[in-house]
Every structure is written in C-alpha cells, then in structure tokens.
Write a protein that binds this ligand. Structure first.
Ligand SMILES: O=C(O)CCC(=O)C(=O)O
Length: 277
C-alpha cells in the first residue's frame, strides 16, 4: 500500500478579499482558495475548546458518526453524551474505530455556540446551512458537493485537505458524489488509477477558511482536536445542471432528486419540531 507520489499543487492563500474579488477570482471560475483574516475575528476562536463545550452542554446526547478506517460512507450514527464524546476525542485513539460529531446543523446540536460566529460575507444567499464538525484523528472520505459552494471555517486545530478538480473524476472511483476510496494512504493495488490523479493540498489552520467550489472533490484529514463550521449554500440550477468536464451528466438528475429529498426531510423536521413546541 502506498500513496500517489505526484507533487501536490498549491492552493492560493489570500487575506480577506473583498466580495467582488472573491467572486471574480474564485467563485465564478470555480477555484479553491484559502482565506485568512475573517474567521480569526470570531469570538469562537478564543472560546471553542472541550471545557467550553462541556460547560455548556456536557450532559446532552449528541448524534455522532462511528466509523472504521475513514470509511465515512459506512459510518453508523449513534447518540453519545457530549462529555463522553469529548473524552474519547481528547485521548490518543485505540484501534481504527473513530467517532466524529459531524454534518449536523450547529443550531440543532449546540445552539448556545451559534452566536460565537457570523456567516462569511461571501455567501450570496439568504439560505445557507452552518454545519459543525468536532473530532480528532478522523478522515472524511473524498467527495464533492453537487448542490453548491461551501466554506470550511477552521476554529480550533487544523485540517489537511486534498482537493481534486472535477476533471480528475476518472481516477477517483466515483459512487454518486463520493469516492469509493477509503482513508489514507490510498491502497493503490485496489485503486490503481489513483496513481495518475493530480491534486491540490493545503493545511487549514485555526482562523482560516477554505473555499470548495461546486463539484470539486476533497478528502479531509483531521489529525488533532479540531472544531470547524462549514457553510453550505446552493448554486443556481444552471450551474448545477451544467457540471464541469469530468462529472458525468447522468448523475445530475439524481443529485437534483437527492436535493429535494434532503429539503423535504428538513422541512418535515421543522414542522415536527414546531408541532411538538
Ligand atoms: O471536516 C471534515 O471532516 C469534512 C468537511 C467536508 O468535507 C465538507 O464539509 O464537505
């Protein structure tokens, strides 16, 4: 087992670009970028650590993903007391099983911390989701977002991210918007085409944010205690229905149906919550 030995490409790192610069240089051409000077201003950066989370909601049950070898697609969701979860996350890992508090709306899980950050100015839609990720020693399987753009805002710790342009899809063993490749290092006997892939690599440190354009593949390694918020917002239907070279057109209607299912589920949840008071 060994990894692709090509040299990674570099992601631009820029200081607080204006919204016009962000749109012209990154959002419109669909180019990832690391942005400094915005997340670092959040109160969250001086507040978020295990003690803080514990003091706010240590006794609360939260849904965590339990997975093996970075196999995010096969993860099971289970409820765990936040204090117990933080205990596990702060210890050196044993074996290859990991728990990850991920892909959940911050407001659903820890509404107390939602005032510690503000949505970045680059989000050009009133409808966006702010999703929390807390964990350590975890790997998020390579995937892309078929609905729109995202900004990964790193509050505590750091993440190592590999990004792959949409035209690298033939080397990534696509299964809908996920790659079948699990974890790092990549098993080249099982996934020999990966050896040809061209990729970008960067480290997102506390106070920075990384922009993921629609349809850009990315795999995320979280080597130490980390907390992050990812903002997602939808691109126009035109951009979604005209994917860049490399993304097979046949998947696009499937993604559209998935987006309606997700939206329907969210709406149902809101209705149930308001009925229950
Ligand atoms: O931080 C992570 O583990 C995954 C973040 C990510 O890939 C995403 O939000 O799409």
């Amino acid at each position: 087992m060994h990894s692709n030995e090509r040299l990674p490409l570099q992601v631009d790192r820029v200081h607080a670009p204006s919204v016009e610069e962000f749109n012209r240089l990154y959002a419109e051409p669909g180019k990832p970028v690391l942005i400094t000077g915005i997340v670092s201003e959040w109160d969250a950066c001086s507040l978020w650590n295990s003690q803080y989370f514990n003091s706010l909601a240590g006794e609360r049950s939260v849904p965590v993903k339990r997975m093996r070898n970075g196999a995010y697609l096969k993860a099971r969701t289970e409820l765990m007391k936040l204090a117990d979860f933080l205990d596990v996350v702060n210890k050196e890992p044993v074996g290859n099983e990991r728990v990850y508090l991920s892909e959940r709306s911050v407001k659903d899980i820890l509404p107390e911390i939602a005032g510690d950050y503000t949505a970045p100015p680059y989000i050009d839609s009133a409808k966006f989701a702010a999703v929390g990720y807390i964990g350590s020693h975890v790997h998020s399987q390579i995937h892309f977002h078929p609905f729109g753009k995202a900004l990964l805002c790193q509050v505590t710790g750091r993440k190592r991210v590999k990004l792959f342009a949409p035209d690298q899809t033939p080397y990534l063993y696509q299964k809908l918007h996920f790659s079948k490749i699990e974890g790092e290092p990549v098993d080249l006997e099982k996934y020999p085409l990966y050896e040809n892939v061209e990729y970008y690599e960067c480290e997102v440190t506390a106070g920075e944010m990384l922009f993921f354009p629609i349809y850009w593949w990315h795999g995320v390694e979280t080597p130490e205690f980390s907390s992050a918020v990812v903002f997602f917002w939808d691109d126009s239907r035109k951009l979604r229905w005209l994917p860049p070279t490399g993304i097979p057109l046949r998947y696009v209607p499937v993604f559209e149906i998935m987006s309606w299912i997700f939206k329907g589920k969210r709406m149902l949840k809101r209705i149930l919550q308001s009925v229950r008071g």
